[in-house]
Design a protein around this ligand. Structure first.
Ligand code: SF4
Length: 444
């Protein structure tokens, strides 16, 4: 792709895992609002639950997650107890037993919690929510710290999908990001998951890392494909050292420039598609028979804080430090730091520190952005019959149209295949909050 075109689109933008995005949350929305929202949940609703474990065995310098290295057994025990307490307290605020359609253990590294603590928290979930054979349970695993009894543990937690962090296998890249992980460790984690009967094994790759090259990425993808993933997420490294101090260790001169990042992303996508994976949205790939691949393009794919999902629920309940809940009324985020989170739960309340109550304009724009990010197209007439309603947005999209990155067909906005890497730019045209808060990573 020509340099001039890349330069025109080289600007920081959100990833639109929510709308409005998290930097716009404020303390104007708090625990009282959240409690009212929980109490309004209908008895026959199905919820998704997200549990955040903000601990890792050691820190990877590139990581943008809310996590820290913690080894103290008493600290881990205290956190698990707080999670159990929060689960019970949220269930009490709902006031009836809610069915859980999806559970996602994220972090950090969920398995930084010792297996007995994970089993305890899972038991608390089962005590307060209805889990059944249709409940999908996903967990993020660091293959370097696979628990000894991983297969038994995954069975006990009823896990149906695992995500294994890989990033890049090249030694120079691993040294530069402070994460040493062998192919053998990664294979052992995938094998443990499959031995537990888990049908969906996903791998997370990252491009744009220090010293990463097209060749290192090609080699990594070759190793990953040999392990037969069901899905692959391919994220661009988000260099945000102003919010993630650990990234200051990464030498900026070692980072690929915009053109190199773009070339890496394109080559990785080409290899995955050639291997039979279907490209989904901005950065996911799935086998054609995978639920996510089947949902893509049907309007059933959703965008959430984990990226993409086939979970149809409009109720996401976040548990743990920094976890974000999304209910029809708005977003509510727990205290980001582990200590403030623990203090709030141990004081007897909910841990909400900030949030945002949605108005109808937010909902409408959020739905448009979600369809664009999921389907690469949206029919604006389904949101407002007035053709003048989105005149300003149409003008903002005109340069992308001129560059062949999208086209307009009546009221439909269609991002072309060439425009897929620029999905966030198309979404940004509908973002009425853009520029009011937050500093984002580069969008390419
Ligand atoms: S990449 Fe994973 S293991 Fe590394 S610091 Fe981040 S959450 Fe922890």
């Amino acid at each position: 792709m020509e340099q001039a075109l890349l330069a025109r689109y080289d600007r920081p933008l959100p990833r639109y895992t929510s709308y409005p995005t998290a930097p716009h949350f404020s303390a104007a929305t708090g625990a009282k609002d959240y409690a009212l929202w929980l109490a309004a949940i209908e008895p026959d609703a199905r919820a998704s639950l997200y549990l955040h474990v903000p601990f890792c065995r050691s820190m990877c310098w590139f990581c943008g997650c809310t996590t820290s290295a913690v080894h103290s057994v008493s600290a881990l025990e205290r956190y698990a107890t707080a999670l159990e307490t929060e689960i019970g307290r949220v269930a009490a605020a709902i006031g009836h037993r809610l069915r859980a359609g999806q559970i996602h253990w994220g972090g950090g590294t969920p398995t930084a919690l010792p297996a007995p603590l994970l089993r305890r928290v899972h038991a608390a979930l089962a005590r307060h929510f209805t889990l059944d054979d249709t409940t999908e349970i996903a967990i993020e695993i660091d293959p370097r710290t696979l628990p000894d009894d991983a297969t038994a543990l995954l069975r006990d937690l009823a896990v149906t999908r695992v995500s294994l962090g890989v990033q890049d296998f090249a030694p120079a890249v691993q040294a530069a990001i402070g994460r040493h992980q062998s192919v053998a460790q990664t294979k052992a984690a995938a094998d443990a998951a499959r031995a537990a009967g888990i049908a969906s094994v996903n791998f997370d790759l990252v491009y744009g890392l220090p010293f990463q090259t097209i060749e290192s990425l090609e080699a990594t993808i070759g190793e990953v494909l040999a392990l037969g993933p069901d899905r692959v997420a391919l994220y661009g490294y988000a260099h945000v050292p102003w919010t993630r101090k650990r990234q200051q260790v990464i030498a900026e001169r070692a980072l690929p420039d915009t053109a190199a990042r773009f070339a890496q992303q394109q080559r990785a996508a080409e290899l995955l598609v050639a291997a039979g994976y279907r490209q989904i949205g901005l950065d996911h790939f799935a086998r054609p028979e995978d639920m996510m691949a089947r949902a893509a393009g049907t309007g059933a794919l959703r965008r959430n804080f984990q990226g993409y999902t086939v979970d149809p629920s409009d109720l996401l309940i976040g548990l743990g430090a920094s976890a974000i809940s999304r209910l029809p009324q708005g977003y509510a985020q727990n205290a980001v730091g582990t200590q403030p989170y623990l203090a709030a739960i141990e004081a007897g309340g909910l841990a909400i520190a900030k949030g945002l109550a949605l108005d109808n304009e937010d909902r409408l724009r959020g739905a448009i952005i979600e369809r664009l990010m999921c389907d690469l197209e949206v029919d604006l007439a389904t949101f407002d019959a007035d053709p003048e309603r989105f005149g300003a947005e149409g003008a903002a999209l005109a340069p992308m149209e001129a560059d062949g990155l999208l086209r307009r067909e009546g009221s439909r906005v269609i991002v072309t295949e060439a425009g897929r890497p620029f999905l966030r730019h198309a979404a940004a045209a509908f973002d009425a909050w853009l520029g009011q808060a937050g500093r984002h990573a580069a969008a390419i």
